[in-house]
Write a protein that binds this ligand. Structure first.
Ligand SMILES: Cc1cc2nc3c(=O)[nH]c(=O)nc-3n(C[C@H](O)[C@H](O)[C@H](O)COP(=O)(O)O)c2cc1C
Length: 353
């Protein structure tokens, strides 16, 4: 965590991988940090649903224990039951060497927000006002960070100034703002002015989240909001080298890594191993690969032909054959992977959080 504090002190922007269910798993963290040499500055786990009887499940525990060394890792919790949140936070902080706890105040999935957790809590700031000090207290007991990831409101952004006051009053260490309301799901325009407001109103560093699609876009958003960095989700699935490129920009390198289609092919090949679980049938592995390919495919061809073909593939071997045609045939391997997705090529909404 010291490395993050140092970056914030020096005013250097940090880039984190956004928490994503079934994506920010231990194998994907390793793929980024080790195989692709494109580690973000910190990781946040996919959310752990917390209620009176919940436990830290095996996958999350494995991730907390074995995540790539040297990169701060936060466990994200989602819930509204204060004793349960404190219990799980205490367990995690006493058992694992992690940077801290992150609270989810943004998940827009109806099955989640209807239970008044995640984004649902943005309709009930009185409960948020109780949860924040409770988690702050536990994190402080262990000398660890307490971070929050939020959207800017439920139906509209009217609760946002009050939420920012609560974040400030409760000594939150780092705030990630996804500049959409819960109703805005994943497609409404991102309100970067609201992120700029959060930066002004907060005592802690604020990272901007939502459609940070490229290095250029990241720099524009920083210019517009004065954010302390970025949290990148779907665009890091499409272009996992974005963390390496942003690091190189930060280091002031003259040439910054730009992936070629051959790199994208190797990434897709590595994904097969990344998502496969022991005993999986090829169809199951292919289905998991498609979760990633859905986003990668938005940058492969302007007509969406790659995505069309891949969605019909049933096995990893078929997927790799299609990838070979689109990414390696003729002189394609050397072509640059576009920095941003092609307009109009839509990843199928498959978002759980
Ligand atoms: C498949 C998927 C799963 C997600 N799961 C989580 C999650 O567990 N916790 C969370 O805070 N946000 C979750 N999100 C939201 C992302 O962290 C992020 O806020 C959102 O995708 C906007 O950022 P982007 O435009 O960079 O993707 C998820 C998003 C996607 C696409």
């Amino acid at each position: 965590m010291e490395c993050l504090d140092e970056s914030f002190k020096r005013g250097e922007p940090v880039a984190s991988l956004a928490p994503m269910q079934d994506v920010t798993t231990l194998p994907f963290m390793r793929l980024l940090a080790e195989t692709l040499q494109s580690a973000p500055d910190y990781f946040v786990t996919e959310f752990l649903r917390v209620h009176s009887t919940s436990i830290i499940d095996e996958d999350i525990a494995d991730c907390l224990e074995h995540a790539p060394a040297g990169i701060p890792l936060f466990l994200q919790l989602i819930g509204e039951d204060i004793p349960a949140l404190q219990r799980i936070a205490r367990q995690a902080l006493s058992r694992f060497d992690i940077a801290g706890i992150d609270l989810n105040l943004g998940c827009p999935a109806p099955k989640v927000f209807k239970k008044n957790v995640g984004g649902g809590l943005l309709r009930d700031l009185t409960q948020v006002a109780k949860i924040l000090p409770a988690l702050r207290e536990v994190c402080s007991e262990f000398g660890k960070k307490f971070t929050v990831k939020c959207r800017i409101g439920f139906d509209d952004a009217s609760p946002f100034p009050h939420l920012l006051e609560l974040v400030r009053e409760n000594g939150v260490d780092l705030l990630a703002v996804h500049g959409r309301t819960v109703r805005g799901l994943y497609r409404s325009p991102v309100d970067y002015d609201a992120i700029a407001l959060a930066v002004k109103a907060s005592a802690c560093p604020v990272v901007a989240n939502g459609e940070i699609a490229s290095v250029e876009k990241a720099l524009r958003v920083r210019e517009a909001t004065s954010c302390a960095g970025w949290m990148i989700g779907r665009h890091a699935i499409r272009n996992p080298w974005i963390f390496r490129s942003l690091r190189e920009v930060r280091e002031g390198r003259k040439t910054v890594f730009a992936p070629r289609l051959a790199d994208v092919f190797e990434y897709i090949r590595a994904l097969e191993k990344c998502v496969a679980l022991p005993g999986d049938q090829p169809e199951r592995v292919a289905a998991r690969m498609k979760k990633f390919l859905n986003f990668i495919g938005t940058g492969i061809d302007p007509e969406g032909a790659f995505l069309y073909a891949v969605r019909r593939a049933e096995t990893p071997a078929e997927i790799l054959k299609i990838a070979e045609q689109f990414l390696l045939a003729g002189t394609r391997a050397e072509a640059l992977f576009p920095a941003e997705p092609f307009p109009g090529i839509i990843a199928r909404p498959n978002c759980e959080a």
